[in-house]
Design a protein. Structure first.
Length: 387
């Protein structure tokens, strides 16, 4: 799985992928490398130039690789940028025009690490130094034309990417905060409901228990009546609690659609999910579809390796009557075997309770890639889908 935007790599494969995306731009370093190989520099100049190039590339990679996912200490960032700029000036002045390309990387580093208010003047300043040194070289016009615009555009483009990554991180943190607040609100609601359900019953049980205790020595018959009342009240309290817990545990289709959207986004899978379910759906059918949607999306996230997933809800007329179809389709690696897993078995068992049906197929029959699951539940009348 690829690294999500704004997230640090969690394993060696993701780190390698990110390093590859950053390092591919080092192809433009071919000019200084070619200069070291072909130019008639002294052996000392060639050795020091090679050392300077390796150090420059190392600092550049560490700076950009680390800072795009986790901000570094501002002092270290400024020190590293100053070092890259000084090294670019030194190598360009001593070894010639091919080394001016280093200023493009300095500009990109500025855009990747500094906030826009600092980068918007420092990027042009780096480009101006490039132009100033380039005018002292042969073929200055060609040099300036070839490097000045990439330095400006590359720096500001990287600044825009940095801002987008920061915004993505902030949105992810905000979403986590909202989820935490929602969970806290749900806990408060559960506490209020349990208090309302059990407060009166437990108080009554306590009072009747005390009364039965006082009556027991002299009036055992009345004490027995109080005990019978305690049993009745406790049984009713148990029924109320079970009913409340069932309501909390029963999934709803709107909630599962929203949860699926969040789960797929967190896994880096592009999702196409309807905003609202149909209205007037029978409670049992809605519960079955909600459980099925949760299981299907969980399988996509955990096992499919998909890049995109589409969920559709649509009424359809069949020979047996009107049905509501839920389809979950992905572009992943497809089914790994012929035997259905526990998840599909559970979905089929739930569907059987409402006379529903289950069908699976490859999303792309030719290649066998992808997996599509279609569930149908019967409905008695037209459903009110939003227009």
């Amino acid at each position: 799985m690829s690294v999500g935007m704004g997230r640090p790599p969690t394993n060696a494969r993701q780190a390698g992928t990110k390093f590859l995306w950053i390092g591919v731009w080092l192809a433009f370093m071919s000019a200084p490398v070619k200069d070291l190989v072909d130019a008639e520099h002294t052996s000392w100049a060639t050795a020091l130039g090679a050392l300077g190039l390796v150090v420059f590339v190392g600092v550049y990679l560490v700076l950009v690789f680390r800072h795009t996912s986790k901000a570094l200490d501002p002092f270290r960032v400024r020190a590293a940028l100053a070092f890259l700029g000084a090294l670019a000036v030194l190598l360009s002045l001593t070894l010639g025009a091919p080394w001016l390309v280093l200023f493009v990387y300095v500009s990109v580093s500025v855009g990747a690490t500094l906030p826009l208010r600092a980068a918007r003047w420092l990027i042009p300043a780096v480009t101006a130094v490039l132009v100033a040194i380039g005018t002292t070289q042969e073929h200055s016009r060609e040099i300036i034309t070839a490097l000045a615009f990439p330095a400006l555009l590359g720096g500001f483009a990287m600044s825009g990417i940095r801002q987008m990554i920061r915004t993505t991180i902030q949105l992810r943190e905000a979403r986590a905060t909202v989820a935490q607040l929602a969970a806290n609100e749900e806990r408060l609601r559960l506490a209020r409901d349990l208090h309302d359900l059990l407060g009166h019953s437990l108080s009554l049980i306590t009072l009747k228990s005390e009364l039965a205790g006082r009556m027991l020595p002299g009036h055992p018959e009345q004490a027995a009546a109080q005990v019978a009342d305690i049993e009745q009240v406790s049984r009713q309290a148990l029924v109320d609690v079970r009913s409340a817990v069932t309501g909390y545990r029963r999934p709803t289709l709107p909630g599962e659609l929203a949860g699926s959207r969040t789960a797929l986004a967190a896994a880096g899978i592009a999702a196409a999910i309807p905003a609202d379910p149909p209205e007037d759906l029978p409670e049992k059918s809605e519960e079955v579809l909600a459980w099925a949607l949760r299981e299907a999306v969980t399988n996509v996230v955990r096992h499919s390796g998909a890049h995109s997933c589409e969920v559709t809800l649509a009424p359809r007329q069949t020979l047996g009557g009107r049905v509501l179809e839920l389809t979950v389709s992905d572009d992943g690696r497809g089914a790994s075997g012929t035997a259905p897993g526990n998840g599909l078995t559970g979905i089929a068992e739930r569907l059987a309770t409402v006379d529903g049906t289950l069908a699976t197929r490859a999303t792309n029959p030719r290649s066998g890639k992808g997996f599509t699951i279609t569930l149908s539940v019967p409905v008695e009348s037209d459903l009110g889908f939003p227009e």
